[in-house]
Design a protein around this ligand. Structure first.
Ligand SMILES: [Zn+2]
Length: 155
């Protein structure tokens, strides 16, 4: 398991291949297209590292979907101007808006995890927890998703 800081381009490349951004391994925390397990089944790192992690995945999904719509509109305008067929044009954009969020769904988790790991690299305790999960077989078993442990602030 990777125990040192990984470069963001490397983690992003792994994420784009639906591999674990941290270890590059498969199987990862993805199970099928829409389901996830608690940890990467190769290295044991949790994907749900803090509360609100899914907000980041939704953000990635929204940015990519809206970007795809912008590109589709631009290409459509360039290819059909000045006589733009409005109904087929809007219908095709509607299809892009429906298909794109589903098509990129698992990628949003791996991409956002790559961002999260780059900005907030795992600490020793998190890596020890991951290694313990791998050693005990919990990570490979793919236990159901549990909420993240709350961090306590010392005052
Ligand atoms: Zn991993």
């Amino acid at each position: 398991m990777a125990s040192t800081r990984q470069s963001f381009p490397r983690m992003l490349g792994r994420a784009l291949l639906l591999r674990c951004p941290w270890c590059g391994g498969r199987p990862t925390f993805l199970r099928g297209w829409f389901r996830r397990v608690d940890r990467c089944r190769t290295c044991g790192i949790r994907w749900h590292r803090e509360e609100g992690f899914e907000l980041g995945t939704v953000t990635v999904n929204t940015i990519v979907t809206f970007g795809s719509l912008a590109v589709a509109m631009g290409v459509g305008f360039v290819l059909t101007a000045p006589d733009i067929p409005v109904l087929p044009f809007v219908a095709s954009l509607f299809v892009v808006a429906l298909v794109m969020p589903v098509a990129i769904y698992p990628f949003t988790y791996t991409i956002w995890l790559a961002f999260d790991l780059a900005v907030h690299p795992p600490e020793r305790a998190e890596l020890d927890d991951a290694m313990a999960a791998v050693a005990s077989g919990d990570a490979a078993a793919g236990t159901p998703i549990r909420p993240p442990q709350r961090r306590t602030r010392s005052t």
